[in-house]
Design a protein. Structure first.
Length: 331
């Protein structure tokens, strides 16, 4: 366990290959968007770590199309700074870049940083304190927010919707500054845009998650307005996480509820038409409602069947599906 108040074995705070120094932490920086000040990002955070005597390594993962960014880091590597640069052959996205960086990290505690400033460099010390106090994952919550009102509005709407569908309350999942125990990343598979929901996935797995208020970086104040397709994808991601969180082991409850609603609506339409026909009030021929009722009942049965098949698959593979973690045994 790493604590910022605990002096590392090497006062320089730098660990090099083959030096025999036990790393205090690995810092993973996935580069998937703006990264103009990457060298400055390294120097400011490395200075904080050195002042507190923490040994470290920086792992910079360059997503496809960002290979030219390595030129800004080569002078630092040439002077002996502990930086590893991992260029990916094509664009895999931030989740995969983050997972690759954490996979090659050697320390037991990993700090993740975006490729641009989001929180002040000293924020990593607060995150390390939370890890030292027992958290498995500590995420930074930028407070107070200094950026544009539209950014804050989007952030509020995103987290409100996440809370409504999953019941989990967070304030700043969009911040990429985190401190993670390596075993958390070893047990969680990241794909798509699931890196945004890493705290939710970790909590579902049984890890202790802590949200730590930290000052926002002054350079993180630019207004962010995205393409409408981005907002649609975020919405779908929220529902994906809600489904994984609530119905991974109970698919019949999800699909069965939808199927029952569809079948019930179709049955009521068919029942009303049948009663009208028996009373001689109307004929059934040429009634679009009859087709709609039959269609809804068929869709309801099919949707419920999907849930039933899911339950059969879960039952078959239940022994191999682990959704919990055991920290230690008490003797």
């Amino acid at each position: 366990m790493v604590s910022p108040t605990r002096v590392a074995e090497q006062s320089t705070g730098v660990a090099r290959e083959g030096s025999g120094v036990t790393l205090g932490m690995s810092v993973v920086v996935p580069v998937v968007e703006r990264c103009e000040g990457l060298a400055s990002l390294y120097e400011t955070h490395a200075a904080v770590l050195r002042r507190h005597g923490v040994t470290y390594e920086f792992i910079v993962v360059l997503d496809g199309g960002f290979e030219n960014v390595s030129a800004a880091l080569k002078p630092l590597v040439a002077r002996g700074e502990p930086i590893k640069i991992l260029p990916l052959p094509r664009s895999y996205g931030e989740a995969r870049a983050l997972a690759i960086g954490c996979e090659v990290a050697k320390a037991e505690v990993i700090i993740t940083l975006p490729s641009y400033p989001q929180a002040v460099p000293e924020a990593i010390l607060d995150l390390l304190k939370a890890i030292d106090q027992g958290a498995d994952l500590a995420i930074a919550c930028r407070s107070p927010r200094r950026d544009a009102w539209i950014n804050r509005l989007q952030n509020l709407g995103f987290h409100w919707m996440l809370y409504r569908v999953s019941g989990m309350r967070f304030q700043d999942l969009g911040c990429g500054v985190r401190a993670i125990r390596k075993r958390v990343m070893d047990e969680i598979d990241l794909y798509g845009d699931m890196h945004r929901f890493l705290p939710v996935l970790a909590y579902k797995r049984g890890f202790r998650v802590s949200e730590v208020p930290v000052p926002q970086h002054p350079e993180d104040a630019r207004m962010r307005v995205y393409h409408p397709g981005i907002y649609l994808r975020r919405l779908l991601d929220i529902f994906t996480v809600a489904f994984l969180f609530k119905f991974t082991k109970k698919p019949l409850r999800f699909f069965g509820l939808i199927g029952a609603g569809l079948f019930g609506a179709g049955f009521m339409i068919a029942l009303i038409l049948a009663i009208q026909r028996l009373l001689g009030l109307t004929a059934l021929s040429g009634r679009p409602l009859l087709v709609l009722g039959a269609l809804l009942m068929v869709l309801g049965v099919q949707t419920g069947s999907i849930g039933l098949l899911g339950e059969m698959i879960i039952f078959t593979h239940a022994r191999r599906m682990k959704d919990y973690t055991i920290e230690k045994f008490l003797q």
